[in-house]
Each structure stands twice: as C-alpha cells, then as structure tokens.
Design a protein around this ligand. Structure first.
Ligand SMILES: Nc1nc2c(ncn2[C@@H]2O[C@H](COP(=O)(O)OP(=O)(O)OP(=O)(O)O)[C@@H](O)[C@H]2O)c(=O)[nH]1
Length: 496
C-alpha cells in the first residue's frame, strides 16, 4: 500500500480491538525512583543502565574518562555521571521535570522516570508517578526510613501505584548488616500496609558496587536469598487497562470545510469504534461515532493513548473542554467533589480560596475547602483549614458549573487535576478525585469542623451573613452538631 497520507486512506484492517490492546498490555514497565538527596538515585539508575548494557560505547568511554580522578575509594566509575547531560540542562535553567531512561533485559523492557531530587521534588515526583506501574523507593541503609520516605510512598500510593520496591542502598557502608536491613524492611512493610500497598519487595543493595542491582550480591550477602532489583522488576505487572469506558476530552474542534466537523483529543480511557453511541458532557446530548480519523488514516478503532479526531453522525454542540464518553459507562457530573491534594508551592492552599482547576482540556473555577491533612509520622488525618507546602490533604471542591470526573482509581486521566492560582498563575497543587459528593449539602460538620459545600457566591453570602457571624467563635462552631449546622444553613438560606 502506498503511503497513506490522506484522511480518506483506509488503514490496514484492524478487525478487532485485540491487537491494539495486546500491544498496550505488552508495553514496557514504567518505573519511578524516589529518595532523599544523596540516597544514591543517580548512581542506581546509572548502574542499571550500565549493567543492562543500555550505555552506548561513546558514553562508556566518556564515563571512564570523566571518572578519572573523581573515583571513589572503591576505584569504580561514578555512574551518576551517566545522568549528567540532564544536570547540565538543569544548570542552564532549562526546566525539565522528568527525563525518561530506557533499558531492557532478555525478558522485558523498562522506562524509568528520572526526576530531579531537589526543590520542587514533590511536583516532579507526582508527574513521574502518574504514569508509573511501580515505585522504587531508595533509602540509605545507614539512615533508615525518613519522613521523606513516608511522603514519597504516600504520594506514590495516592497516585495509584500498587507495587513498591524498597531499595535499601549503601548496604556496603553498614558492613552488610542483616539485622539493620530486616528492621528497615519490617518498619517499611508495616507503613506501606497502612497505605493499602501489599506488593512490597525489600532488597539490600549497593548501587555503587552493583550488588543486587542486575548481578547478585550473594558473595557479600549470603544471608539474602531474595531477588535482585532487576529480577523483581521482571516479575512486576504492568497496570491493567483502566476500569472505565471511553473518554475523550475535546482539545479542539476541527472544521477544515463545510462538510467536515471533527473533535480532536487523546483518548483518555477505554476504546471506541465507529457505530458506538456516545454522550457529550456536560450537555448530555447523544450521538453515534461515524468515523475515527488520525493524522493520516481512517481507523476502525482507537484505544487509550491514541490521538484522534472523532466524527459524529449528527450536528451536536461540542466545544473545547467538553468530554465525549461511552454512553454505557459515564463519569460523574456534579458541583461538588472530594479529592486528595498535594500542595506544591510555598504559599500552600488557603481555606476557601478560589482557584482555576485544570483537568484534561477543561478549565474551570473552583472553591477549595481543605478538610484534613495527613500527619506523616502517624498516618492520621488531622482536621485542617489550610495546607502548607508539600502537605497531603483531603479537600472538598465546589464548582460554579458542573464538573466531570472519574474517581482517580478508575481513570488516572479523567480523575486528576491541577490547581492554578489566578493571581500568580502558579500551579499550586496536584489532585486526585476520590468521588462526587452528595449534591450541594449546605453546611455540615466533619472531623469536628463546619464545612460549607456551596457554590462560591452563596458561600460568600453566608460567610458575610449576620447569622454566620454570630457563630464565628471557633469553639462554638466546633461544638455545633450536624443538626444545628443544618438549622443554621436553613435560616441563612432564607435570610439571603
Ligand atoms: N558506598 C556507597 N556509596 C554510594 C552507593 N550509592 C551511591 N553512593 C554514593 O553516594 C553519593 C550520592 O549518590 P548519588 O547517586 O549522587 O545520589 P542521588 O540520590 O542521586 O543524589 P542527588 O542527585 O543529589 O539527588 C555519591 O557519592 C555516590 O557515589 C552505594 O551503594 N554505596
């Protein structure tokens, strides 16, 4: 077949979705590495690339040359130098959130997200983790579990990662101390179980010496009989297909001529084929798919990750930010949602402040009401009105117009969002939706606090009302029961 460069060309037949799905399921395992500064992250990634022969000959020569004189007391090359290209770019002030490294073994291929380790780490980590199947958490065997370890594990689990490898690194510096390794393993497993993470492999390793990374560390640690890092990675599973049906967040309406109107975007969940019935949200209008076009082909199916133009069988009103979804598997549409947030900027998240929320190609105003903050040491969710930088919190989102989400654990794409401060344009938080709240519930109490779940203009009026002012004394408000809160709401509502 000649190059199919017109939208009328027919793709080689994809008679079913199976080939597309099969290709997706055999995709490389995506990894993220997290750790505190100096735990050995760069050394570990460099060592993985080196020992799996992912380093090209010219890079290898350069590594040997650049390591001369900088060698550590073991006389080994500095594997972290393999990642230095990225470092140089960072030093020039070029913003790179995440760089992806590729390596493979006989059994499988891998993509590792290499995220900068310093300031703004949380944001970069969240970016890398949002597509990862597995998290490698690095800790220094001499230091044990730190608050940073708990923070990263919590964020990774909120981002839906269910498989963890705890890489207890620099074990050579503890004289391969078995008891120390076992204590850290035990403590971490206990913590990870509290997060609901059940697949945890803990491995003692020396990234620098290459023990238990690709090659066995048996000679130095005869007491360890578990897998090497690469063996553990070969056994991990790729994340299964998303639980929800077809989702397309419309990025652009394409109208090249009178007779053609298509809706462009990347499929964010499920699959679609001509003839399928779809619904446009938030309007609720219904249509059938008549054609799926990609940049050079007409396709007879598309799956999550494909960038497509969708043509419908009738004239419907669709604009940028709308979502086109499977009619038999719809997302949640509502004015109020529960979510987890990670606060990313020094200013944190203020109580009741209005932000821009961006999810897919949709951008809308939202009022954010923090409810509680995770105490990393104990795992408790303590009541909170605001969230400081790096805090992980639970919040209520209250919209002026209908919002559309899937719970994050069912679809990472249509369940996640960022918050933008309208005054500074800074991205101040990343969030994961847990679900829709029962429709506008007015005022109620939660964790001993009174929560307003109202459209912002109504909430402002209530806050300003005499009735609320009379109740503003903190202790008094905290003592209110849900019934009293409801009474207050009823009175306030009739007052305005
Ligand atoms: N003895 C020993 N030293 C190690 C090991 N892994 C890393 N190191 C050393 O620890 C130091 C920090 O390693 P890096 O790989 O730069 O650490 P990092 O976590 O990437 O640090 P940042 O890039 O600053 O975030 C370097 O001097 C490494 O040579 C190990 O397994 N054993």
């Amino acid at each position: 077949m000649t190059a199919a460069n017109s939208a009328n060309a027919i793709a080689e037949p994809l008679s079913a979705l199976e080939p597309l799905k099969a290709a997706r399921d055999s995709r490389p395992l995506r990894l993220i590495t997290c750790g505190s500064v100096d735990d050995g992250k760069s050394t570990l990634i460099g060592r993985l690339l080196w020992d799996t022969k992912a380093v090209k000959e010219d890079q290898a020569v350069a590594l040997r040359r650049d390591s001369t004189g900088k060698q550590n007391d073991l006389g080994l090359p500095d594997f972290a130098l393999l990642l230095d290209g990225l470092q140089a770019e960072r030093e020039q002030g070029i913003t790179i959130d995440v760089a992806y490294r590729y390596f493979s073994t006989d059994k499988r291929s891998f993509i590792v997200a290499d995220t900068p380790g310093h300031e703004q780490y949380t944001r970069n980590m969240a970016t890398g983790a949002s597509t990862a199947d597995l998290a490698i958490l690095l800790i220094d065997a001499r230091m044990g579990i730190l608050e940073q370890t708990r923070r990263h594990a919590t964020i990774a689990s909120l981002l839906g990662i269910k498989q963890f490898v705890l890489a207890i690194n620099k074990i050579d510096l503890t004289n391969y101390d078995r008891a120390g390794f076992e204590k850290i393993s035990h403590d971490f497993k206990e913590f990870a179980l509290s997060l609901g993470v059940k697949q945890i492999t803990t491995i003692p390793m020396s990234a620098l010496k290459g023990e238990n990374v690709v090659y066995s560390g048996q000679a130095a640690m005869p007491w360890y009989t578990g897998p090497t890092l690469v063996e553990a990675l070969e056994l991990a599973t790729v994340r299964s297909a998303q639980a929800v049906g077809f989702r397309l967040s419309v990025q652009r309406v394409s109208r090249p001529g009178e007779s053609f109107r298509g809706y462009q975007g990347t499929v964010a969940g499920g699959s679609v084929k001509p003839g399928d019935s779809v619904m446009i949200l938030p309007s609720g209008m219904v249509a059938n798919v008549s054609k799926i076009v990609t940049f050079d082909l007409i396709r007879n199916a598309a799956v999550a990750g494909d960038a497509i133009t969708l043509v419908l069988d009738r004239q419907v009103d669709v604009s940028r930010g709308d979502m086109i979804v499977a009619i038999d598997s719809q997302p949640q549409v509502g004015l109020s949602f529960d979510a987890h947030l990670v606060a990313l900027q020094p200013e944190g998240i203020e109580a009741g402040k209005r932000y821009w929320l961006k999810s897919g190609s949709r951008r809308q105003r939202v009022q954010v009401n923090p409810v509680s903050q995770l105490e990393l040491k104990t795992g408790d969710w303590n009541p909170a009105r605001a969230l400081p930088m790096n805090a992980i919190g639970k919040v209520h989102l209250v919209f002026d117009e209908a919002a559309i989400f899937d719970p994050y654990d069912q679809n990472r794409s249509s369940g996640s969002f960022i918050l933008i401060d309208p005054d500074t344009n800074n991205t101040v938080a990343g969030g994961m939706v847990t679900g829709k709240r029962s429709e506008i519930s007015g005022i109620h109490t939660e964790d001993g606090r009174v929560i307003l779940s109202l459209p912002a203009d109504l909430a402002d009026k209530i806050m300003a009302s005499e009735l609320f002012a009379a109740r503003r004394d903190e202790a008094d408000v905290r003592r209110m029961t849900a019934a009293q809160a409801a009474e207050l709401w009823k009175n306030a509502a009739s007052d305005i």
